[in-house]
Design a protein. Structure first.
Length: 209
């Protein structure tokens, strides 16, 4: 292999891998790590439904996680921040805590805080309500995490990793099955273009000695 072919391989390999893998679906923290938070329900709750973001902004999905709780149970702020909303939306109590770069949401909650209040990590922001709950006959807290208008998986804040989901109709949790990876059309097209060009460079006739 000539030096020119070695150079082409070294330059193209990272680009080809990046194109095949595609772009991340959620932005990472500036330093590549997530903030370390606490569970909003104590003790650590069961996860009834995990994070399942929509494929498009207006599509259906689950933009947070549902945590099993009990009516009146204290709800805690996952991270320290400032209350930017505490009221009723569409018939359910909602609390929003701003953390600077991101914000967390909690519902349905009977708020014990007001807009402008500072809250410490783990501080009580209200109690779990039943009005507006979508987990009836059980009680659950819908916990969300956003960066701008992008929904993130709040379980990243507590290092939960793969969770064991507890369906509403079962008493025993079942393993979470990850969705298969589907390459993005743009990434696939880009990968094909790179692969074609790479093959042409690789098979160039050898230069005479």
């Amino acid at each position: 292999m000539t030096w020119s072919r070695r150079l082409a391989a070294a330059l193209l390999a990272p680009l080809l891998v990046a194109a095949l893998v595609g772009l991340p679906t959620t932005p990472a923290a500036a330093d590549g790590t997530d903030p370390v938070g606490v569970w909003p329900l104590q003790p650590d709750p069961e996860v009834l439904r995990g994070f399942d973001p929509p494929d498009v902004v207006w599509g259906s999905g689950h933009r947070g996680v549902d945590l099993l709780g009990s009516p009146g149970q204290p709800v805690h702020a996952a991270l320290a921040g400032t209350i930017t909303f505490a009221g009723v939306l569409a018939g359910r109590g909602v609390v929003v805590v701003d953390h600077g770069a991101t914000r967390t949401t909690y519902e349905p909650v009977a708020a014990s805080v007001a807009v402008g209040d500072a809250v410490a990590q783990g501080g009580v922001i209200g109690s779990l309500a039943t009005a507006g709950s979508h987990c009836l006959p059980r009680s659950c807290l819908h916990w969300g995490w956003k960066e701008g208008e992008t929904y993130l998986d709040p379980l990243r804040l507590v290092g939960a990793g793969p969770v064991r989901l507890l369906p509403l109709w079962r008493d025993e949790p079942v393993p979470l099955v990850a969705r298969p990876f589907v390459a993005r059309p743009a990434a696939s097209a880009y990968a094909t273009l790179l692969a074609t060009w790479f093959s042409r460079v690789w098979w160039l006739p050898r230069a005479p000695p």
